[in-house]
Ligand binder design. Sequence first.
Ligand code: ADP
Ligand code: MG
Length: 555
Amino acid sequence: MNQKKKLLKRFSKYIYPYIKEEIILFILMICSSAGSLVTPYMLKVIIDDVFPSGNYHDLIMLLVLLVGIYIVQIICSLVSDVMSTTVSKKISSDIREEAFANILNKNISFFKDSKVGELVFTLMNDVDNIQQTTSSLLIRSVKNIIVLIGVLIMLFILDYTLALMSLLFIPAIVFVIRAFTPYVKKNFTIIQKMEGSLNNYLVERIKNIRVIKSYKTVDLEEQNLKALHSDLVSKHSKGTFISSLNGSVSSLLMSLAPILVLSYGGYQVFQNAMSVGVLIAFIQYLNRLFTPTLEIVNSYNQFSKSLVSMNRVSEYFNVEKTTELQEDKDPRNEIEQIIFKNISLFHGNNRILNEINLTFDQGKTYILSGGSGSGKSSIINLLCGFTELTNGELKINNQDIKENKYWKNEFCLIEKENQLFHDTLERNIKYGTLKSQFEIEDVLKYARLEEVVKKLENGSDTLISYSGGTLSDGQKQRVSIARAINRSPSVFIFDESTASLDAKLETEIINNIRNLFPKSIIIIVSHRSETFELADRIYTLDKGNIEDNMLSQAI
Ligand SMILES: Nc1ncnc2c1ncn2[C@@H]1O[C@H](COP(=O)(O)OP(=O)(O)O)[C@@H](O)[C@H]1O
Ligand SMILES: [Mg+2]
């Protein structure tokens, strides 16, 4: 219950910016429903008063009025439909934007454990689900309740006893809704989880298409998907069965009301204790009780589902927002020295780094070498703030790294994996740097990309395909290097990112960087002996230990 309140409080804030639109929407809805409250009564007047009096003029006037009411109703519902879509899409955009910003602000470790497909599913599907509740469900429900009250008042005006009889089914319906809700919610939770996993599955298979092709496992994957689908289909069927049964039982209860009314009201008419007009109007009002009641039942189901989605999305809202400002707004400081002092790192019980001591000085080039899994990337993750430091001290210019968040602006990490976006080559290079000291042509030259760009159809305006497919691995790495050069950081970090370049190209580029930035620290993770020659110092790691100074040779 408490959790529910918290969720509602958190997500109701998205309505506030649109409160004016919501009020207009509400008024439009009420206007269009008010029409439906008046028309049965007009019918009663026509049957009971106008027909007996034989006044044709009155009849025509009332009919014209009826047409007028219908037209107003149609206009109101048209405007409110368009408005409600606009508001709801705006609300879902707001929720998605905030969830996305929160996700991007998450620690890197979050992305290691999280699944792309599920994240995207939550951002799209769950957000839409929440929006349905926040934007329209509330006002629709209030409208329905008002209509319901309006109809009930009319019923009581028409005939007190009949009205009381037809009210009998309302507590029964409330009972039915409450009985069904837990099942609706439970099933929906399972469905959302399954669909999230399905998305993960699809994203992962498409990403690993080369593995699938080379191992010829297309058939196998088809079968896997079939199995996932059959589970999902049965859960959906079950969900629809539960919701439908809920609706059907409520409808059945409601359809008993007119039968009750007809049996009693018909008897009254036979006894001349009630006019035909009243009975007809009464039945019409009873029918008007159906729609809002059913809508309330459905709203309640939808609301339960929304709570499930709110729960899922709110998991992404628990990070403190650390807006990472663009470098132009952030102060930049030269890094003179980086010191790792007695740093240990654990993942669970595994010791990944063991009391490491390292120094990186301004203007020097360093190689980090060591076997796979020896902890090279772990050191870089600490440096870039991707991993939380727990044991030891990490100091920059003799200041604890945590004391100045702007140090982060001074690191450029170039990794082995593709780091490009689906955008033009130039915008990929300029990414994250608003003001550069270089012209794009020069950057291309320094990163040895000028020949590559010449061959591209639109030069540096060429659009790089999704996941960089149109460029070779070495070219992609050079674009990432160009991006770093464009930013001119204090520290360049290459985590095996020169592996796809030949030794000559690597040497040329690193020498270019050294000449352009004589004060920068360059850290290269590499296994190549040719690269070693570029270094002022080599740190060799072995199972989380820096090998003693004999091996960590100063050149
Ligand atoms: N998020 C993580 N959770 C658990 N273990 C990890 C994690 N990241 C790295 N490791 C472990 O830490 C060790 C060092 O990894 P890493 O620094 O990436 O090695 P490398 O020298 O190859 O770059 C490896 O044994 C790896 O399995
Ligand atoms: Mg590594």
